[in-house]
Ligand binder design. Structure first.
Ligand code: SF4
Ligand code: SF4
Ligand code: SF4
Length: 272
């Protein structure tokens, strides 16, 4: 049982959040929502421990499709960054704000960019593309993320300043159009740069939250230097160009690690 401690702890963590929110907010939705996500993530960790090679992809599909189809399309909950700004401006601590607080703002202090590796519905599609390992060196255009971040904030702020009516409806359509745009741009960039995760590296506005918080993450891949033979295989398979053999927090692209475990699975010396 000892080796299954991680999925059990993960399930307990999510159930604690689920029950706390259910009792404090009085909505059974929170119990269902966080129990479902906790079960999906725990199942993924369990499968990973059992060395099932598609474990991460299963979690991505279980959580990503749930959020995109059920929460987004059926429940009309805008879980994109515009939805976060919207609920923040209205002062309502509802699903999108809670989602951002847990998955993208405070959660990364615990589990880094686990969201990006296991739950994001944009990456869920991008990871099906052929360039799982980038074929070219990383480009210095990460500043684009600050423009998309500012654009999302200005868009929602402008709706409030202009006192536009029926913002709820606009938010639903912003969710649809925004997702279509993310997929189109993400797929085009993946093929142009021969890198499935190019969108994550250069465009995604959410990384403005994710990167600084994951810098302090408790969950990190560490390298046992006494075992490492500097073969470089871990860096070659990394989809995010992380120098995982450097244990310092300042390692190259350290805030980009999505905890996908490709490096761990590839290391011939079990040094990671
Ligand atoms: S960087 Fe953005 S698009 Fe990529 S996985 Fe993370 S949240 Fe999703
Ligand atoms: S391959 Fe390793 S260092 Fe790179 S993103 Fe995945 S877990 Fe992180
Ligand atoms: S794959 Fe393993 S042995 Fe090779 S450089 Fe990376 S950590 Fe070291």
């Amino acid at each position: 049982m000892k080796k299954y401690r991680a999925p059990i702890l993960m399930l307990i963590l999510f159930e604690t959040v689920a029950i706390t929110l259910w009792l404090t907010k009085g909505k059974i939705f929170y119990l269902f929502n966080f129990s479902y996500i906790g079960l999906s993530v725990s199942l993924g960790i369990f499968l990973f421990i059992r060395k099932y090679k598609h474990a991460r992809r299963i979690v991505q599909l279980l959580v990503g499709l749930y959020m995109l189809v059920y929460l987004g399309l059926i429940c009309h909950e805008n879980m994109q960054i515009e939805g976060f700004w919207y609920y923040l401006f209205t002062g309502v601590f509802e699903a999108a704000t809670i989602h951002y607080a847990v998955a993208k703002i405070f959660g990364p202090l615990l589990f880094g960019r686990g969201w990006c590796g296991y739950a994001c519905w944009t990456a869920m599609i991008l990871d099906f593309l052929p360039y799982k390992t980038p074929l070219h060196p990383r480009k210095k255009i990460g500043w684009i993320r600050y423009i998309t971040f500012a654009a999302s904030l200005i868009f929602v702020a402008a709706l409030f300043l202009a006192k536009v009516g029926n913002i709820e409806r606009i938010m639903f359509w912003a969710f649809i159009i925004g997702n279509v745009a993310y997929y189109v741009i993400g797929i085009a960039l993946a093929f142009a740069f021969k890198d499935n995760r190019a969108f994550c590296k250069y465009i995604c506005p959410i990384t403005v939250f994710l990167k600084p918080m994951s810098y302090f993450s408790l969950s990190r891949i560490q390298c046992d230097k006494s075992k490492c033979i500097s073969c470089g295989k871990c860096k070659r398979v990394c989809p995010m160009n992380v120098d995982v053999t450097d244990n310092s927090r300042k390692r190259i692209n350290g805030t980009e690690c999505i905890l996908c475990m490709e490096c761990v699975n590839t290391c011939p010396k079990n040094a990671l």
